[in-house]
Write a protein that binds this ligand. Structure first.
Ligand code: TRP
Length: 329
């Protein structure tokens, strides 16, 4: 069985794009892999979050992931800062991480540009912390988006370098998770290619029905088709793409025909789309409310997750210490 590790950013609410993209994939993964999913709260320190929002952020991210179906019975779901072994491995890997490669990392250069007043060492060594997250469980695979591929490549380099330096074959070189399926991409409501928090074009899972209706109503459309069977412009294609995910095939076909015959009314399309998004996400909102009312669910999940993660992590640290020459007196 393959070991899969993935870190989850500890800020921000989940939107439709996260859910139908990464998260559905996670939920499938836990069926036939040994999965470790953790909330990366240490990583969030690189931007110096207000201490009073650190915990509420972690709590809301955890709640939403559980509400969507991450299952503590199937996966180890834990908080990064609950597993101190990660920090020890991070320190050790840092001794073999070089300034040149760290300063060249795209995410570092981006952040350094965005927060020039706070270019701290944690930002610089973000990739070694991420490598420690992955190597602490000697993962085979890591589900990552394009923006994280460089970090994963660096993880493989750190693993190889460790093995070469200590003349062992200890760490595996973790690969991007791939089960042969393409993750679903949810487009934005503003005609853009991708739904994203920074784009401000999102429908969040925690949005209530009214908010969803309002957002869909405001989605970008054009003047409407003037010729039969004409290709759809991006903004309209996007609405159909979302519809294909949340609506029945009959509904999609109905509006497709209306488009082709130039009889489409965007008001009707949007009404239907909003109703279907609301219906598709309603069980998640119910689950979020349920977890909010039963905080012991979170406690139980992360207590179990911490146990599983520390069991795996302490084994790695013991072996790594041995390899590096640490001995007990
Ligand atoms: N850097 C990842 C992101 O921004 C989060 C992350 C931290 C991660 N540690 C990880 C992802 C380990 C995969 C494996 O999304």
């Amino acid at each position: 069985m393959n070991t899969v590790v993935s870190g989850i950013r500890s800020t921000g609410n989940l939107h439709l794009g996260n859910y139908y993209g990464a998260l559905k994939n996670f939920i499938r993964m836990q069926e036939n892999n040994r999965c470790f999913f953790f909330i990366a709260d240490y990583h969030s320190l690189t931007t110096h979050p207000d201490p009073t929002i650190l915990y509420p952020n972690v709590k809301s991210v955890l709640t939403e992931y559980l509400a969507c179906g991450l299952d503590p019975e199937k996966s180890a779901i834990y908080i990064q800062s609950d597993v101190p072994e990660v920090v020890e491995l991070y320190l050790m890997l840092n001794m073999h991480a070089y300034l040149g490669e760290l300063t060249k990392t795209v995410s570092f250069k981006d952040k350094a540009r965005k927060q020039p007043e706070n270019v701290n060492a944690g930002l610089l060594t973000y990739p070694t912390l991420m490598a420690a997250d992955i190597l602490i469980h000697n993962a085979d695979q890591v589900p990552v988006g394009k923006d994280q591929l460089q970090h994963l490549e660096m993880t493989r380099n750190f693993a190889k370098r460790f093995n070469n330096f200590y003349k062992v074959e200890y760490f595996k070189e973790p690969m991007a998770y791939n089960d042969g399926t393409e993750p679903i991409k949810i487009p934005g409501l503003d005609g853009s290619g991708k739904m994203g928090k920074s784009e401000g074009n999102c429908i969040y899972l925690a949005d209530d029905a009214k908010t969803i209706e309002k957002k869909v109503k405001k989605a970008l459309t054009d003047q409407g088709p003037t010729e039969m069977n004409s290709p759809k412009p991006d903004c309209i294609e996007n609405l159909f793409t979302i519809m294909k995910v949340v609506s029945t095939p009959d509904t999609v076909q109905y509006f497709d025909e209306k488009w082709n015959t130039c009889e489409i009314r965007y008001g009707d399309l949007k009404k239907q789309l909003a109703a279907d998004i609301i219906a598709a996400t309603e069980p998640i909102r119910e689950q979020i409310a349920y977890i909010d009312a039963h905080p012991e669910i979170l406690h139980k999940a992360v207590t179990r997750g911490k146990e599983l993660a520390r069991e795996s992590a302490s084994k790695t640290i013991k072996e790594v210490r041995e390899i590096m020459g640490f001995r007990n007196f």
